[in-house]
Design a protein around this ligand. Structure first.
Ligand code: SF4
Length: 95
């Protein structure tokens, strides 16, 4: 018997099996962002391109490309650096 939405949502974080059971096919985060932008923009590529919602967290990624790749650091390293900096700031800078 298939799980209800509530049962699927209760599994945190979602596993691949849960995602599949919820109807999702495997995809990259960039593909997921692009799909969300298509949904938001009425499936019009031109509207995604013209989107002026610069405060939207997805806005830099709406072309399906990662704007920070190629700047010398991979984003995962940038995020890790940011987390270290945040931890350092919260403990008074002793690191
Ligand atoms: S970037 Fe624009 S098109 Fe994409 S989800 Fe945000 S508001 Fe919608």
């Amino acid at each position: 018997m298939p799980k209800s939405r509530t049962e699927l949502t209760a599994i945190w974080p979602p596993t691949a099996d849960v995602a599949r059971e919820a109807g999702h096919a495997p995809q990259s985060p960039l593909q997921a962002i692009r799909t969300k932008c298509f949904d938001c923009a009425g499936y019009q590529v031109s509207e995604i391109r013209r989107c002026e919602a610069t405060g939207c967290a997805l806005w830099p990624f709406r072309a399906g490309e990662h704007p920070w790749w190629g700047e010398g650091k991979k984003t995962s390293q940038t995020l890790a650096d940011s987390e270290r900096e945040t931890a350092s700031e919260s403990d008074g800078g002793a690191a």
